[in-house]
Design a protein around this ligand. Structure first.
Ligand code: F6P
Length: 551
């Protein structure tokens, strides 16, 4: 059967992974699964040119994947069957594609540099978006210039972002990534963990007279954040004594104005956003306030512009030249046909070391689901386990398993071609390792090569099967613009995969149960009598803790 000539008109099944293209892809997988990438490279000297793509500041080389032109053709047809283009329009047009919460999903409006109207319930959101961006810029300029002072009249030196999940990971990752652009006087700090050690240790190093707190929480009800914010306020008042000083030292980022006011923050010092901004997609909103403070309004705008450039590419490029679509389809290829369980993110850039953490939430909270958008339990793999760390350190930790373990683990290798801060010799070493690892993963080392390389016996453990897929993403340089592009690239990859898996990628009911149970258990930890309202294990653990907890 010529698998590339499936007639789309015959495809009726609502779940893309149950359609005729999927059957064709499975057959194609059978044929390709025993083919080594060494053979594919040997057969096609143009493989790099064929399977690489430059979009703005980013080069993607996806030639070291277990694919042929036919694979991509079939995968692209899968995207067509899934109506990725239609869903993409619904996303950008503000339709309520988050069906379980009846919300639009419009992080793209936050960076809509074209400023064309984006309607939600018939109203254009752009004036409000632009107003908050302007408000952040004015505030940041006052803090950065030193005209916004603390209660003793000194300029702000330290800014503590108190938030968790999307209200922490995005801004924290971007702040680290853009350290070269930061204001010389201002240091950003991020406190997320409700383990008291986190905020206690942090505040021990700070001067309340020159510290500004950003309480960042979409809901302003998250237990970890509100507990840390209460502690920060108490710590501050112990030094400043007068509650009137709170106005100069606490600002809020939230959608919940009433809760912000109840906390005691002046609503003039509140930066708002909207329910159509998902927490893990919120760094482009006022949740990015710490970024604006650190790198200034112009650099924040460049970050937004980079994301907008990727949005435009995603909206307009044909699927076979569309970077987010290609990355998404490759992920589907490995998850649903090769049975890959995980996906590694390996930045070869010290400043991008938190990208894997950020992408864990972005991807796993979005697509870690087993019920589709119509309420059916799925019978195929959905979002992979995202993991990784700084690549060069990973080489000395877990790469052994990538090279010679029993699992197939596709990986994204990410590097900046030029680094302002790196020493040239060191950067060449970094780059050489980046290239060597992707080559070794793909090529491996045959028994013949092992024998002729002069290594001593035993030889079998020194043979590398290779054929491990990887993508190489090369940023011209790590700038606000390229970073914006990179983050938006992953956001859209996640979106496309969610469509192919027929998921609502924008709710997160799975994290709610644990939150509710924690609220129920908290008072039980101080109960005077034995707790027996749970299963035997949970009762046992609660009672063990009750008897030993510090008082
Ligand atoms: O972990 C669940 C979650 O709701 C995330 O989606 C969100 O980013 C995080 O909690 C923090 O929520 P909030 O910004 O409302 O404090």
């Amino acid at each position: 059967m010529d698998t590339t000539t499936v007639n789309l008109a015959n495809v009726a099944s609502p779940a893309p992974l149950h359609c005729a293209i999927s059957v064709a892809l499975r057959q194609h997988y059978q044929a390709l699964s025993s083919v080594h990438m060494r053979e594919l490279f040997a057969a096609d000297p143009q493989r790099f040119e064929r399977f690489s793509l430059q979009v703005g500041d980013i080069l993607l080389d996806y030639s070291k994947n277990r694919i042929t032109a036919e694979t991509l053709q079939l995968l692209t047809q899968l995207a067509e069957v899934a109506d990725v283009a239609g869903w993409r329009d619904r996303l950008f047009n503000g339709e309520k594609i988050n069906n379980t919460e009846d919300r639009a999903v419009l992080h793209t409006a936050l960076r809509n540099q074209s400023n064309t109207p984006v309607l939600v319930d018939g109203a254009d959101v752009m004036p409000a978006v632009n107003a908050v961006i302007a408000q952040m810029g004015v505030f940041a300029e006052r803090v950065r210039s030193g005209t916004w002072t603390g209660y003793t009249g000194k300029p702000i030196v330290d800014v503590v972002n108190v938030g968790i999940g999307g209200s922490d990971l995005g801004p924290h990752m971007v702040y680290q990534a853009l350290k070269d652009y930061r204001h010389a006087r201002l240091n950003m700090h991020y406190v997320s963990n409700v383990d008291g050690a986190h905020i206690k240790e942090k505040l021990e190093t700070l001067d309340p007279a020159t510290t500004l707190f950003i309480v960042a929480s979409k809901t302003f009800t998250t237990q970890e954040t509100m507990t840390n914010a209460d502690y920060a306020r108490e710590w501050f008042l112990q030094h400043a004594e007068d509650a009137a000083h709170i106005a100069q030292h606490f600002v809020a980022v939230s959608t919940n104005r009433d809760a912000v006011v109840a906390f005691g923050i002046d609503p003039d010092n509140m930066f708002g956003f909207w329910d159509w901004v998902g927490g893990r997609y919120s760094l482009w909103s006022a949740i990015g306030l710490s970024i604006v403070l650190a790198v200034g309004a112009d650099n924040f705008k460049a970050l937004l512009s980079g994301a907008h450039a990727m949005d435009t590419h995603f909206r307009t490029a044909p699927f076979e030249r569309n970077m987010p679509v290609i990355l998404a389809l490759l992920g589907v290829w490995y998850s649903n046909f090769f049975g890959a369980e995980s996906h590694a993110v390996l930045p070869y850039d010290h400043y991008l070391r938190s990208l894997p953490l950020y992408l864990q939430q972005a991807d796993m909270e979005s697509n870690g689901k087993s019920v589709d958008r119509d309420g059916n339990t799925v019978d195929y793999n959905t979002g992979p386990i995202i993991w990784g760390t700084s690549g060069i350190n990973g080489q000395h930790a877990f790469y052994q398993l990538l090279h010679q373990g029993t699992r197939l683990i596709p990986a994204d290798f990410i590097v900046s071609v030029t680094e302002q801060n790196s020493l040239p010799e060191q950067h060449d070493i970094l780059m050489a390792n980046f290239l060597a690892q992707t080559e070794a993963l793909m090529h491996g080392r045959t028994l013949d090569e092992t024998l002729s390389s002069g290594v001593t016996a035993p030889h079998a453990p020194k043979v590398f099967a290779g054929n491990h897929p990887s993508n190489a993403l090369l940023l011209d340089a790590l700038t606000p613009h390229s970073l914006g592009m990179l983050i938006a690239l992953y956001e859209h990859k996640i979106f496309v995969q969610g469509i192919i898996w027929n998921l609502n990628s924008y709710d997160q009911w799975g994290v709610e149960l644990g939150k509710q149970l924690a609220k129920r258990i908290l008072p039980e930890l101080t109960a005077t009598s034995t707790v027996n309202t749970h299963d035997a294990s949970t009762n046992g653990l609660i009672n063990h803790y009750r008897q030993r907890r510090p008082t």
